[in-house]
Design a binder for this molecule. Structure first.
Ligand SMILES: NC(=O)c1ccc[n+]([C@@H]2O[C@H](COP(=O)([O-])OP(=O)(O)OC[C@H]3O[C@@H](n4cnc5c(N)ncnc54)[C@H](OP(=O)(O)O)[C@@H]3O)[C@@H](O)[C@H]2O)c1
Length: 309
């Protein structure tokens, strides 16, 4: 089968090569991959992993063979799945408890947006629940996690303020639930019960100035790579506010992956969640798409379609 292999010293970050077929463990299904999405975190992993490694966490496809121990969806099911790695291939082994069946009208491309970005958005918002009537601030709102978070927070009843980097990034954010869209966090006014922060550096410092007393700043990324200075004094106007780190993979129990993926897929099916697919291309174009994502030119998610044999 074909798969995309990490080539840190090559002309492109990954290269399509012949790979051995996966050999699923008894608790793993064999899945034919139809689409996957590319995450900003995966851009960094190209350099930190060795030549020959196969990346890929967000997978949508068809179960070719159910797990031997019968966990997970049966053979023939259309599924969304979260893998640790190896997802950027025509076939992949996935633990049965890390996948959910797709409702009929949810496409493979839509489903591929869900594992890393969808779980991150859903689970960070849960940390501020109940959100009905609360003010929620989302930085990096035009990105993969950000667009899903804006949509879900609004669905949960929050008043959502979306922060973008440039005017052209505002497009469509009001349609998916943002009450206001602001260019640059420095221009944001008022205080927030929950802040989802992923830019880091000065953005995190400003987020701390915007949290309300007993409110929460969720720190789940550092896209800028910049550090942030904080001081106890920063919390004088927002006493007992907290800063909480978040890692989607360990944030909840392993057995929560399937129900959360199923929940997200059902929200797409009933129209409550509209994942924005900014770029959808053949997986053969991944180098170009990776460059677009790196340069902040993808609104929402970047989805790659996998060729059948
Ligand atoms: N902790 C976890 O479990 C977890 C899970 C998923 C993602 N993450 C991290 O969360 C961050 C967002 O992920 P994502 O998939 O949504 O990424 P993405 O699609 O690339 O979106 C990131 C957004 O952040 C904004 N941004 C602001 N400052 C930036 C900077 N200096 N460099 C790059 N982007 C900047 C960009 O918006 P503008 O162009 O409008 O400024 C961009 O839309 C990433 O750092 C990722 O690694 C962490």
């Amino acid at each position: 089968m074909l798969g995309l292999v990490n080539t840190p010293n090559g002309r492109a970050p990954v290269e399509l090569r012949d790979l051995p077929e996966p050999r699923p463990l008894p608790n793993e299904a064999l899945v034919e991959v139809r689409a996957f999405s590319l995450n900003r975190g995966e851009l960094r992993s190209f350099q930190s992993n060795e030549e020959g490694w196969v990346p890929g966490q967000d997978v949508a496809g068809i179960v070719l063979r159910q797990a031997e121990d019968r966990t997970g969806p049966p053979t023939g099911s259309r599924v969304v799945a979260l893998t640790d790695e190896f997802g950027w291939a025509q076939r992949v082994a996935v633990p049965g408890h890390r996948m959910a069946v797709l409702p009929d009208h949810v496409s493979f491309s839509q489903a591929a947006t869900l594992p890393v970005a969808g779980l991150t958005a859903l689970r960070t918002l849960r940390l501020g629940a109940p959100l009905l009537g609360k003010r929620v601030l989302v930085t990096g709102a035009a990105g993969g996690v950000g667009t899903i978070a804006v949509c879900l927070a609004s669905y949960m009843g929050a008043h959502v303020t979306a922060v973008v980097g440039r005017p052209e990034r505002e497009k469509g954010l009001r349609n998916i639930g943002a009450a206001e869209v602001i260019e640059g966090i420095d221009r944001v006014q008022g205080r927030f019960a929950l802040i989802l922060e992923s830019a880091g550096g000065a953005s995190l410092a400003r987020a701390i100035q915007l949290v309300e007393a007993k409110g929460t700043v969720i720190v789940y990324g550092n896209s800028s790579g910049d550090p942030t200075m904080i001081s106890f004094a920063d919390f004088r106007p927002a006493q007992n506010a907290r800063i909480q780190s978040f890692h989607y993979f360990t944030s909840e129990a392993e057995e929560r992956f399937a129900p959360d993926l199923a929940l997200l897929a059902s929200l797409i099916a009933d129209g409550s969640l509209k994942p924005r697919i900014g770029v959808e291309r053949s997986w053969r174009d991944i180098a170009h798409v990776a460059e677009q994502l790196r340069e902040r030119r993808v609104s929402g998610k970047a989805v790659l379609l996998v060729d059948a044999d």
